[in-house]
Design a protein around this ligand. Structure first.
Ligand SMILES: C[S@@+](CC[C@H](N)C(=O)[O-])C[C@H]1O[C@@H](n2cnc3c(N)ncnc32)[C@H](O)[C@@H]1O
Length: 175
């Protein structure tokens, strides 16, 4: 259980990811997309998942724990690094590159979960990101999975912790 102070830290796992992680197949293979310093990859590995983590800059993730396989790749300028792999869950937080959305959906095993949370339209009033390229439009994550995944939960809201922001988030399962 996380204390209130660590829960509100930007280094702690997102409460959205924490909420749905128990629905991932135990011991399954999970991909952390644009993993940054690996807050989710590390936490998921501690839960016993086999974790792949990809980012174009892994300098902040120099010490991956057992159970985490790192891959340095440019997800916007290069080929998708996992063309042959299907995952039991894909986690994306605080990152948006719209052309990747169909690939993420198509990279789930049957029963696999997409857990996606990033900034949404309206966030510009709080600061960055404010570029519309990095802000989800209303309902955009629902549209991205429509007809392909079953939506378990969706939110489009403003939050105050760990800092004020407009977020959109979805948990959706491949049937
Ligand atoms: C705001 S950080 C989010 C990190 C992590 N998902 C989290 O929530 O803690 C955005 C991440 O996207 C990565 N990123 C940006 N453009 C990328 C690209 N073209 N290919 C791969 N990763 C990229 C950055 O290196 C950075 O680590």
């Amino acid at each position: 259980m996380l204390s209130d102070s660590s829960r509100h830290s930007e280094l702690a796992p997102s409460p959205w990811v924490e909420r749905f992680a128990p629905m991932i197949r135990p011991g399954g293979r999970v991909l952390d997309v644009a993993c940054g310093a690996g807050r989710h990859a590390r936490w998921l590995a501690r839960l016993g998942f086999e974790v792949d983590a990809v980012d174009r800059d892994l300098s902040g993730f120099a010490d991956p724990p057992p159970g985490v396989e790192l891959r340095e790749a440019d997800l916007e300028g290069g080929p998708w690094p996992y063309p042959e792999t299907r995952f039991d869950a894909i986690v994306v937080t605080n990152y948006l590159h719209r052309p990747l959305l169909p690939t993420l959906v198509g990279s789930l095993e049957p029963g696999g979960l997409l857990l996606y949370e990033t900034f949404a339209a309206g966030n510009e009033r709080f600061g960055k990101p404010s570029n519309p390229d990095f802000l989800l439009r209303p309902g955009e994550l629902i549209e991205a999975v429509r007809g392909r995944l079953r939506v378990l939960a969706f939110e489009d809201l403003s939050v105050t912790t760990p800092r004020p922001a407009c977020l959109q988030r979805i948990a959706a399962r491949r049937e």
